[in-house]
Design a protein around this ligand. Structure first.
Ligand code: FES
Length: 326
């Protein structure tokens, strides 16, 4: 996990909405007065506040624009029928001129720019952070390949943007409905592991699990297989346990269907949450006693083993009691 930068809140306007294939919109966001935007690094995301009637959500979207550009940010948003309301709201609300409250940019998926070889794997809408990475790697003259996997060529977003780029020859497209030879074949498409090679993966969970497990089985060090989950199927249920918020002097019971964040909120102890599915890191809280049952995708394996932090939106306890530093 990277240090979470202090909160930076912006009010940005949609200056352009581009309909991409595959139910994806590309949004360009800029300051209403045209002022330069805070810099970001490849792999960073924005937290976008979606408020409309009874809707009050924060959602995270990776930046896909060139990190060297400070006049506008670009994000890509898939209208996902399985979404919990976020992507549908963006598609409905993000028309030119609309304003959004934004936090960030923050980066939990940074590039190791000293790598001698970088291979990027983007599945579906998971291509977005890879586009920023490709632009950065090209601008610093690094060796890289971007594997872009989609179901079909006709629903492949960002195709024209990639075709017009100076790094188009670094992109290999793979489509599920075409012949076997052009599909992603990891024994062929994963590079040989070595100390200078870094891999980056973003996409649907099954795609990520497949690439990550294949890379690690091939001998790539987990620290060289970088991953960004944009949503996760997280099971937050389990046995009841007790949570003490030590600084607040409050103890609550977290029931089988409950979460730590919700149980504490009812008792007046607020832990900020955004994604509510263990991917954004907003709710990370220090653990003083007890053993967490980690359900998130945000903390690293090493951090999970240490057990000193927990994602309070989804994780539970292996012990009957957890004490949190809040
Ligand atoms: S709110 Fe995003 S990880 Fe918990």
């Amino acid at each position: 996990m990277n240090a979470i930068s202090p909160k930076q809140t912006l009010e940005l306007t949609v200056t352009e909405r581009i309909e991409e294939p595959g139910n994806i919109i590309r949004l360009r966001l800029a300051s209403p007065d045209g002022a330069p935007l805070p810099p970001f690094t490849a792999g960073a995301h924005l937290d976008i506040h979606l408020q409309d009637g009874g809707l009050d959500l924060w959602r995270q979207y990776s930046l896909c624009s060139d990190p060297a550009t400070n006049t506008a940010y670009e994000i890509g948003v898939l209208k996902d029928p399985k979404s919990r309301g976020g992507s549908e709201a963006v598609h409905r609300l993000a028309t030119p001129g609309a304003r959004f409250r934004i936090e960030g940019p923050r980066n939990h998926f940074p590039l190791e720019e000293s790598a001698t070889r970088t291979v990027l794997f983007g599945g579906g809408i998971g291509i977005t952070p890879m586009l920023a990475m490709a632009q950065r790697l090209h601008s610093i003259g690094r060796d890289f390949t971007l594997h872009y996997c989609t179901r079909s060529a006709g629903i492949t977003a960002f195709r024209s943007m990639i075709a017009a780029s100076a790094w188009a020859d670094r992109v290999v497209f793979h489509h599920d409905d075409e012949d076997e030879a052009q599909r992603l074949q990891l024994p062929r498409d994963l590079p040989e592991p070595d100390a200078g090679t870094h891999l980056y993966v973003c996409g649907p969970q099954g795609f990520m699990d497949w690439v990550i497990s294949s890379a690690e089985a091939m001998g790539h060090a987990p620290s060289h297989v970088h991953r960004e989950y944009f949503s996760a199927d997280v099971d937050t249920t389990g046995e009841s346990f007790e949570v003490e918020a030590r600084q607040s002097g409050v103890t609550v019971t977290v029931g089988p269907e409950d979460t730590i964040a919700k149980a504490l909120a009812r008792a007046g102890v607020k832990i900020e949450v955004k994604c509510e599915e263990g991917v954004c890191g907003t709710c990370v809280t220090d653990v003083l006693e007890g053993t967490p049952d980690h359900r998130d995708q945000f903390l690293t394996d090493g951090e999970k083993e240490e057990g000193l932090m927990i994602c309070a939106c989804c994780s539970r306890a292996c012990t009957s009691r957890l004490v949190l530093d809040i």
